[in-house]
Design a protein around this ligand. Sequence first.
Ligand code: ADP
Length: 264
Amino acid sequence: IMRATIRPVGKPGQLRSALVFFEDVTQQRTADQSRNLFVAQATHELRTPLTNIGLYLERAIDLDDDETADRAECLNVINQEVLRLGRVVEEVLSVSEIEAGSLKVRHDDVRVDQIMQSLEHEYQPQAREKDIDLLFDLPPKLSVVQGDREKITLALHNLLGNAIKYTPAEGKVRVQLLEVDNDITVSVTDTGIGINEDELSKVFEKFYRAQDDRLQGIGGSGLGLALARDVIRLHGGDITVESELNKGSTFTLRLPINAAVSST
Ligand code: ADP
């Protein structure tokens, strides 16, 4: 995309010639477009949990005093949606921090086994709702990793959330946590829709969502994996993927135990 600017040469009133400057503004336009897309998608991602919170709050308010089971269910949904809202806000913030080069990584003692236990607890109800068989294979105790607990948790959330999201009802999701040599690895294998071979490397790009009609009814910003990989790479680790269309995918997160954590 070229932008032309015309500058007259000579004194006013005696215009003889003009200079025409051409400038390539493709990059700027693309950046503008992706920013607009980002705002639209982020807004959508924020609106969905907000709508659900509103609906379930109304329902809870209308319940009679003795309908305690229904009230508990409403509160549970509201709680899940508040957590989701928090994660979206966190994602949006982290993306802008990464872009500005100012993302800070904390140095906590991180117990990945404990994070996985709480994720298991959190995702079982969602899996049950979709009739997905969610299996966690967790060793009793693992080494402690130095890093940013919140960001590592967010990355793991993304892998697990995607596996459930992109696996149709009655499928299977298997999560395996291992400590091998100086790495902790978490692999998430699903029997979901899978990813086309030529799109495999693109799923880690910001805003990228696969060209698959089956994605139409499924919400998403295309930010989760980009962010997850950036964050894990800041810990000296990586996230990789293997997949076969219509068969399923395996995402593997590797985290070095003695990570030299770096900031952007
Ligand atoms: P989204 O918000 O769209 O889920 P992500 O960055 O998490 O964004 O994922 C990017 C894209 O990668 C998704 O839109 C989807 O096309 C594909 N993808 C991610 N995880 C899976 C999976 N487990 N199975 C199939 N496709 C997946």
